[in-house]
Design a protein around this ligand. Structure first.
Ligand code: SF4
Ligand code: SF4
Length: 197
């Protein structure tokens, strides 16, 4: 039950975060250019296993675990296993598991970190900064006027930490985080089968 509970709690946090980001991005006008996905082409993205517990649960529920482990074990590219680098050429977004992406994936580009003065600073990419100067400036103005209304990385991280510190604290390469989340469910189901015998 605990694993299912964790997934439900993480999904609640993600739903709130998505609504929060939609509101602030809508107000500032921040928007990724269609089918960009350049931030998924970083080889050093780090995440924690808890961020991918919903993905792991969904993979088990839909019978897609083996297919996903194949992606992890025999990677066709050096990036996140969820990423399809050929998608943008087809006019599609690159994340193949977008609905189940991690916290970092949701926040990057649109979320804020707190600086030394505890004021929110937008964490975004060079593409946004160079192509959306007005929206980036507007997001900065909004943060200065209403800092308490901005989606802050550390606030959402703390929410995940409160759900399960063991799964939220370790930061690691994103594919390792996904693998650990999948393994957690594997052992969870194994335990369940044992207890039913
Ligand atoms: S956050 Fe930046 S790099 Fe990532 S998809 Fe949006 S514009 Fe592209
Ligand atoms: S989970 Fe999706 S959005 Fe996050 S890095 Fe991987 S491909 Fe990109």
């Amino acid at each position: 039950m605990r694993h299912e509970w964790i997934v439900e709690e993480v999904e609640k946090v993600f739903d709130e975060l998505d609504a929060h980001l939609q509101k602030t991005a809508g107000q500032s006008g921040l928007k990724c250019p269609d089918f960009c996905g350049m931030c998924c082409r970083k080889i050093d993205i780090e995440a924690s296993p808890i961020e991918f517990m919903p993905l792991a649960a969904w993979l088990y529920k839909t019978g897609r675990v083996d297919e996903f482990l194949e992606r992890l074990d025999h990677p066709k590219h050096p990036w996140c296993a969820c990423f399809d680098p050929d998608a943008s050429a087809r006019g599609a977004w690159g994340c193949q598991y977008y609905e189940h992406r991690g916290l970092i994936c949701r926040l990057f580009g649109f979320g804020f970190r707190l600086n030394r003065e505890s004021l929110p600073v937008l964490v975004t990419c060079k593409i946004m900064k160079s192509t959306q100067t007005e929206a980036v400036a507007k997001a900065g103005e909004m943060a200065a006027m209403h800092p308490e209304e901005m989606p802050i990385f550390s606030h959402y991280f703390m929410r995940l930490l409160a759900i399960d510190p063991d799964l939220a604290v370790p930061q690691m390469p994103i594919n390792d985080a996904i693998r650990i989340a999948i393994e957690k469910f594997y052992f969870h189901y194994l335990d369940q089968q044992e207890s039913e015998k």
